[in-house]
Design a protein around this ligand. Sequence first.
Ligand SMILES: Cc1cc2nc3c(=O)[nH]c(=O)nc-3n(C[C@H](O)[C@H](O)[C@H](O)COP(=O)(O)OP(=O)(O)OC[C@H]3O[C@@H](n4cnc5c(N)ncnc54)[C@H](O)[C@@H]3O)c2cc1C
Length: 302
Amino acid sequence: MRIEDPKIVAALPDLGVQLKPGTSLAELTSLGIGGTTDLLQINKHEAIPDLLNLLDAQGVPHKFLGGGSNLLVSDGELPWVVLQLASPTPDIVLEGNFAQVDAAADLGRTVTFCAKNDLGGMEGLIGVPGTIGGALRMNAGAYGMQIGSYVRQVKLYRAAARKLETLEGDQISFEYRHTSFAPDDMMLAVKLELPSKPYREILKGIRICNEKRRASQPLGQKSAGCIFKNPPGASAGRMIDELGLKGLSVGDARVSDRHANFFVNAGKASAKDMLALIADVRERVEKSFGVILEHEVVVWNA
Ligand SMILES: Cc1cc2nc3c(=O)[nH]c(=O)nc-3n(C[C@H](O)[C@H](O)[C@H](O)COP(=O)(O)OP(=O)(O)OC[C@H]3O[C@@H](n4cnc5c(N)ncnc54)[C@H](O)[C@@H]3O)c2cc1C
């Protein structure tokens, strides 16, 4: 979608919003799949309510992009614009055991920055790409930990109230790859409380997690991490593997040979290919195990 409305174009500079016309989402997503649209980069949190009021008033639909590492986006010209936060400097401020982190901050860099300052707990998240905002939205986790355990406060734009608000940790529920945020809430910053731990001990944990990832995941290939959530008490990857589906492909969309719940773009896969592969695998798992797998990957279907 192109922003051509002169009222919007004229208002953007005052709102501190940069228009990036015709942005390819294939270039901004780890799967390397996705069509083209205008991207609005937001530099000031305070401008968000005015920006969204303006877009809504002019009938411009929007979606919110973090680091693009958990997304499958449709092909072609997309019928909505994409909003993305610019990262301020500094994007992480430490005070005792608290880390105040901007939502646009890179998750991996946050983990290592905190580690170097003797703050641990998030070792399992090393190797998870994307932003802090995306990690909050999905309650990213791995190896028995999840980011939600450390969240004490979140600053966000609440779409229902159309204003910026601050929620305390106990006002938010974090479950397995699910949070109580409304779908159109926009996370802007978080205060994490992290346990003190000497850097060299944290580093040991980080190395173990890195090893586990290297041994089990197709790290050099384009993916969005796990395609399906694990159903209660079961592993989606194990079920797909037991059906012998590693290597199954539709066009260049392929079930990874290394990890059956990672689907990779082995070349020029389209969203259509990837969606067909996901639907096929889901149907086979349901037929054989009677389990309906739920998407972990977020699908932006045009
Ligand atoms: C190789 C690989 C390994 C991975 N391993 C793991 C893993 O171990 N554990 C795990 O949990 N995930 C894993 N993932 C998935 C992914 O990295 C995480 O879900 C990550 O937290 C997504 O963050 P993002 O910024 O990239 O979000 P995006 O992909 O950009 O967006 C995902 C969703 O979050 C929303 N969103 C993003 N930012 C915000 C914000 N600030 N406010 C509101 N909504 C927002 C988007 O609208 C979208 O709905 C892996 C992915 C890859 C490619």
